[in-house]
Ligand binder design. Structure first.
Ligand code: PLP
Length: 242
């Protein structure tokens, strides 16, 4: 009965077609930027999406999901078919929620302060693990954004180099809303320059490989400018319910 119902839900076919389309566009952009399609990782952002649709995306080949809220993810997790699938936290994380999430995700992309990094390090040590993280940078210098000020990136990297249960794998950014593609490309380009700079400095406890940028409306431009991981949500699952 349930299977019949699922097969009749048009959203299932949409998700499948959306993923196919995004993968084609990703390959195009990868080649255009002088890389191979497999050099770019596709994350499906699953915030507010019901487990049955997330599981369908996984059946369609998605092997990395991104969730924003600790509580929402922990509620949905028992219903997800996560065999062979990785999950990252991409939303703002408060220090007091670190304990709940650190053992439940493969990476935390939203580290924006030393206080948060210290808490992740402490909770990881208690679990006997080391946690991979990205530093979220406020590339547009917006007051409203939660990322780290780019002028503080080197200081944070050297502070984190003293911690032993956390590893910086790269950078993440959410650029400002822009009117033109060329404006957004400039922010992506600035992120790429920061990424190369931080990579070359080879701080202890870092292995900088990942540049996470590009969402539904701008992942093509992000890849052109050097993104290694893109984070579309709406383009896969359709418009989110509020
Ligand atoms: C919601 C969200 C996305 C996906 O946004 P879309 O516009 O739906 O593609 C990507 N990254 C982060 C950090 C998000 O919060």
């Amino acid at each position: 009965m349930e299977k019949l119902f699922l097969d009749n839900d048009p959203k299932f076919r949409d998700i499948e077609e959306n993923i196919k389309y995004i993968k084609e566009r990703m390959s195009e952009a990868a080649v255009k930027s002088g890389r191979k399609p497999e050099d770019i990782t596709l994350m499906a952002v699953t915030k507010t999406v019901e487990p049955k649709y997330i599981n369908h995306a996984i059946d369609c080949g998605i092997n990395l999901i991104g969730e924003n809220r600790v509580q929402e993810y922990l509620l949905k997790k028992p219903d997800l078919k996560l065999d062979g699938v990785k999950a990252h936290l991409i939303g703002t994380l408060q220090s007091n929620k670190v304990k709940k999430i650190v053992g439940q995700v493969d990476m935390i992309q939203s580290v924006n302060s030393f206080k948060l990094a210290e808490e992740i390090d402490k909770c990881s040590e208690n679990l006997g693990i080391s946690k991979d993280v990205l530093i979220e940078v406020n590339i547009g210098d917006e007051d409203s954004k939660t990322g780290l000020d780019k002028s503080q990136l080197d200081e944070l990297m050297s502070q984190i180099s003293e911690l032993s249960h956390i590893k910086v794998k790269g950078l993440m950014a959410i650029p400002p809303i822009c009117d033109t593609k060329s404006e957004i490309s400039t922010f992506f380009h600035n992120m790429f320059n920061l990424f190369i700079d931080i990579k070359q400095k080879k701080y202890d406890n870092s292995d900088v490989q990942i540049l996470s940028m590009g969402m539904s409306s701008d992942f093509y431009e992000a890849i052109i400018e050097g993104a290694t991981l893109i984070r579309p949500g709406t383009a896969i699952f359709g418009t989110r319910k509020k």
